[in-house]
Ligand binder design. Structure first.
Ligand code: SF4
Length: 202
């Protein structure tokens, strides 16, 4: 039986980003990532993680999902590094709808119900090209370096929804303004403000 390196299982909380912002859900955060974005605010360190079989992951989710959201956002780190048919099947059998958030640089080895690709133009294009170029939504985290040319490049891909999300941390207000200006110039894109942080949820 496969064991997965899991950083945390938590919820219920609100999905704060993208087309499903505001929906109650659970989170499954896998450990480890293949990129090293300098502004990453996610703790995915393998050292503080646990190896868990699928049934244990499902049990943790079920036990915590006290209001019956039956929706789990699978993230990381980078979730495609570990995602396979065994965990996908276990979550589906348990009645969970799976929404995955990936940096898009690794192939997806098992299906999900909703795929968010969040490319990091300055941190992967040279050595880690985007391989997931279609899905439900494309969400670009906007720092000082994201350009209209980057957005034009992603617009060639096959997504149904397009989001610009200001990067939290230093210079946040300037990044909000930059994301808003980019959305004004390229109307396909919508501004996504991390709702869970605004209302004080994890
Ligand atoms: S891809 Fe995501 S999780 Fe990985 S380093 Fe970049 S921001 Fe952090």
């Amino acid at each position: 039986m496969q064991h997965y390196l899991v950083r945390e299982v938590f919820g219920p909380t609100l999905q704060g980003e993208g087309a499903h912002a505001g929906r109650a859900c659970m989170f499954l955060r896998f450990a480890a990532c293949n990129l090293a974005c300098t502004w990453c605010d996610t703790d995915f360190a393998p050292q503080a993680s646990r190896r868990m079989p699928p049934h244990e992951i499902v049990r943790h989710l079920r036990d915590r999902d006290v209001h019956g959201t039956r929706m789990v956002v699978v993230t990381g780190g980078e979730p495609t590094l570990q995602w396979d048919g065994e965990i996908a099947g276990a979550l589906s059998q348990a009645g969970f709808r799976v929404h995955m958030e990936t940096n898009g640089t690794r192939a997806l080895h098992a299906p999900v119900d909703w795929l968010t690709v969040s490319p990091k133009p300055r941190f992967h294009e040279r050595n880690e090209p985007l391989v997931l170029t279609s899905g439900d939504e494309c969400k670009v985290v906007v720092d000082e370096t994201v350009t209209e040319e980057d957005l034009a490049h992603y617009e060639q891909m096959q997504f149904d929804h397009w989001f610009l999300q200001p990067c939290h941390g230093a210079h946040y207000e300037a990044r909000v303004r930059r994301a808003a200006m980019l959305a004004l110039c390229r109307p396909r894109w919508r501004l996504s403000l991390q709702l869970h942080k605004i209302v004080g949820l994890p």
